[in-house]
Design a protein around this ligand. Structure first.
Ligand code: HEC
Length: 113
């Protein structure tokens, strides 16, 4: 039985490898890749997170715009402020400081507008 499971696992491996997303043209650092994932899951419903799109919510600045405005410290500050006081149309986003750093690493891969 265990042998069967092992064989199934080995057979499944190439399928998993093939299902993995294609690498971007420029490989991202681990931090930037994590930042992009956070952005995709938590920010992309409103903010454009890639450079050639308009934001789904036209009032939300695009990520390349945010990248030009914020570094790690100021992004952390801004998100804390948004979390505490609300920020017009943006609902509070609790983002860990590790993920703020990851988001900024991703910001830094975006071409400036
Ligand atoms: C439900 C929609 C929504 C989501 C989700 C969202 N945002 Fe926003 N965000 C907005 C809107 C709209 C604005 C611009 C209006 C405003 O400032 O309230 C904004 C503004 C901001 C600003 C301030 C820009 C400035 O120059 O003052 C930052 C920084 C920001 N968003 C980062 C993020 C990050 C990072 C995430 C994901 C973790 C995220 N947002 C998720 C809608 C959203």
């Amino acid at each position: 039985m265990i042998l069967l499971i092992n064989i199934a696992f080995i057979l499944a491996l190439p399928a998993v490898a093939m299902a993995a997303p294609k690498p971007a043209e420029r490989p991202l650092s681990a931090a930037a890749a994590q930042g992009r994932m956070v952005a995709q899951i938590r920010c992309a419903s409103c903010h454009a997170i890639v450079s050639d799109r308009a934001s789904p919510n036209p009032q939300a600045p695009t990520f390349p715009e945010l990248a030009g405005r914020f570094g790690e410290h100021s992004l952390q500050q801004k998100l804390t402020e948004i979390e505490e006081t609300g920020h017009f149309y943006m609902p509070p986003q609790r983002v860990s400081s590790a993920d703020v750093a990851n988001l900024v690493a991703y910001f830094n891969t975006l071409p400036q507008p």
